[in-house]
Design a protein around this ligand. Structure first.
Ligand code: HEC
Ligand code: HEC
Ligand code: HEC
Ligand code: HEC
Ligand code: HEC
Ligand code: HEC
Ligand code: HEC
Length: 195
C-alpha cells in the first residue's frame, strides 16, 4: 500500500490523497486510533469519532445548548478552542465592540433559541441604574441604540441639535419626556402645539 521494492525508506502513501486529508491536530494522531476497525469504510464525519467529546463539553454545554452534532459548523481539526463559529454570519446578530469579549453563557443563560436581540431586553437594569445622567428621571427612550453602540456606555452619540429642532435657550435641560410624552416621532415643532 505504501512501499515498492526499491527501499523501505521511500513510502509513497499520502493520506491527503484520500477524501479525508489529515490536517491540524489530526496530523500526529496514530493510524490505529482512527483505524482500529480497519482501513476500509472509515467514517469521515466528525461526530462518528467525537460524539463522546460533544457529550462531555461543559463550556459551553453542547447538549443543553442543543448544538448541532455537525461539528464542522463550528470546529475544524485545528482544535476545539477557539471555535470557528461565526456569530454574525450564522445568526444575523453581530458581536460588536465589547460583546466580542462576553461569554456565550452570559447572553445565552436561558438557552440558544429565541434570544432577544434588542439592547433594552438585556440592559434595562443598566438603564434603571444610571445616575449620570439619570435616564429614568430624564425620560430617555429605552431604545439604547438611538444613543449608544456596543463599545462602551460612555460615548453616547445622540445630538438633538442634529434634528430640525435644536434645543436652545430655556429648552436646554428640559426633560425629554416633557416634550416627548407622545413618543419620539412626529413631535410638532411649532411653538403653539399642545404637548
Ligand atoms: C484522524 C483520523 C485518521 C488518522 C489519524 C488516519 N486516518 Fe486513514 N483514514 C481516515 C478516514 C476518515 C479515512 C476515510 C477516507 C475516505 O473514505 O476516503 C481514511 C482512509 C484511509 C485509507 C483508505 C484510503 C482509500 O482510498 O481507501 C488508508 C489506506 C488509510 N486511511 C491509512 C492511514 C494510515 C497509514 C494512517 C497513519 C499514517 C492513517 N490512515 C491515519 C482517518 C484517519
Ligand atoms: C475516524 C475518526 C475521526 C474523525 C472522522 C475525526 N476525528 Fe478528530 N480525532 C480523532 C482521533 C483519534 C483524535 C486523537 C484523540 C483525541 O484527541 O480525541 C482526534 C483529534 C481531534 C482534535 C484534537 C483534540 C485535542 O484535544 O487535542 C480535534 C480538534 C479534532 N479531532 C477535530 C475533528 C473534527 C472537526 C472532525 C471533522 C471534520 C474530526 N475531528 C474527525 C479521530 C477522528
Ligand atoms: C453552534 C456551534 C457549535 C457546534 C455545532 C459544535 N460546537 Fe463545540 N464548541 C462551540 C463553542 C462556541 C465552543 C467554545 C469555544 C471556546 O471556548 O473558544 C466549543 C467548544 C467545544 C469543546 C471544548 C469545550 C469543552 O467544554 O470541552 C469541545 C470538546 C467541543 N466543542 C466539541 C464539539 C463536537 C465534538 C461537536 C460536534 C459533535 C461540536 N463541538 C459542535 C460551538 C460548537
Ligand atoms: C452579547 C450577547 C451574545 C453573545 C455574547 C453571544 N450571543 Fe449567540 N445570540 C445572541 C442573540 C441576540 C441571538 C439571536 C439572534 C437573532 O436571531 O435575532 C443569538 C443567537 C445564537 C445562536 C442561534 C440560535 C438559534 O436557535 O437560532 C447560536 C447557535 C448562538 N447564538 C451561539 C452563540 C455562541 C456559541 C456564543 C459564544 C461564542 C454566543 N452565541 C455569544 C446574543 C449573543
Ligand atoms: C442578548 C443580550 C444582549 C443584547 C441583545 C445586547 N447586549 Fe450588550 N451586553 C450583554 C452582556 C451579557 C454584556 C456583558 C455584561 C455587561 O457588561 O452588562 C454586555 C455588554 C455591553 C456593553 C459593555 C458594558 C460595560 O460596562 O463595559 C455595552 C456598551 C453594551 N453591551 C451595549 C449594548 C447595546 C448598545 C445593545 C443593542 C445594540 C446591546 N448591548 C445588546 C448582553 C446583551
Ligand atoms: C437619548 C440618548 C440616550 C438613550 C436613548 C440612552 N442613553 Fe444611556 N447615556 C446617554 C448619555 C448622554 C450618557 C452619558 C455618557 C456620555 O455622555 O456618553 C449615557 C450614559 C449611560 C450609562 C453610563 C452612565 C451611568 O450613570 O451609569 C449607562 C449604563 C447607560 N447610558 C445605559 C443606557 C441603556 C441601557 C439604555 C437603553 C435601555 C440607554 N442608556 C439609552 C444617552 C442615552
Ligand atoms: C423642548 C422640547 C424638546 C425637548 C426637551 C426634547 N425634544 Fe426631542 N424633539 C423635539 C421636537 C420638536 C422634535 C421634532 C424635530 C423634527 O421633527 O425634526 C424632536 C425630535 C426628537 C427625535 C427624533 C429625531 C428624528 O430625526 O427623528 C428624537 C430621537 C428626540 N427628539 C429625542 C430627544 C431626547 C432623547 C431628548 C432628551 C435628551 C429630547 N428629545 C428633548 C422637542 C424636544
Amino acid at each position: 500500500m505504501c512501499h515498492d521494492e526499491g527501499s523501505w525508506g521511500n513510502a509513497t502513501f499520502d493520506h491527503n490523497t484520500t477524501s479525508f486529508p489529515l490536517t491540524g491536530m489530526h496530523t500526529n494522531v496514530n493510524c490505529i486510533e482512527c483505524h482500529a476497525a480497519g482501513y476500509t469504510n472509515t467514517p469521515t464525519n466528525c461526530d462518528a469519532c467525537h460524539l463522546t467529546d460533544y457529550n462531555g463539553t461543559v463550556e459551553p454545554n453542547h447538549t443543553q445548548a442543543n448544538f448541532s452534532t455537525d461539528c464542522t459548523q463550528c470546529h475544524t481539526a485545528d482544535g476545539w478552542t477557539p471555535s470557528s463559529f461565526d456569530h454574525t454570519a450564522s445568526t444575523g446578530f453581530a458581536l460588536n465592540g465589547s460583546h466580542q469579549n462576553v461569554n456565550c453563557n452570559q447572553c445565552h443563560a436561558a438557552g440558544y433559541a429565541n434570544t432577544p436581540n434588542t439592547c433594552e431586553a438585556c440592559h434595562l437594569a443598566d438603564y434603571n441604574a444610571t445616575t449620570d445622567p439619570n435616564h429614568v428621571t430624564a425620560g430617555f427612550p429605552t431604545d439604547c441604540a438611538m444613543c449608544h453602540d456596543e463599545g462602551s456606555w460612555g460615548n453616547a452619540t445622540f445630538d438633538h441639535n442634529s434634528t430640525s429642532f435644536p434645543l436652545t435657550g430655556m429648552h436646554v435641560g428640559v426633560n425629554c419626556i416633557e416634550c416627548h410624552a407622545a413618543g419620539y416621532t412626529n413631535t410638532p415643532t411649532n411653538c403653539d402645539a399642545a404637548t
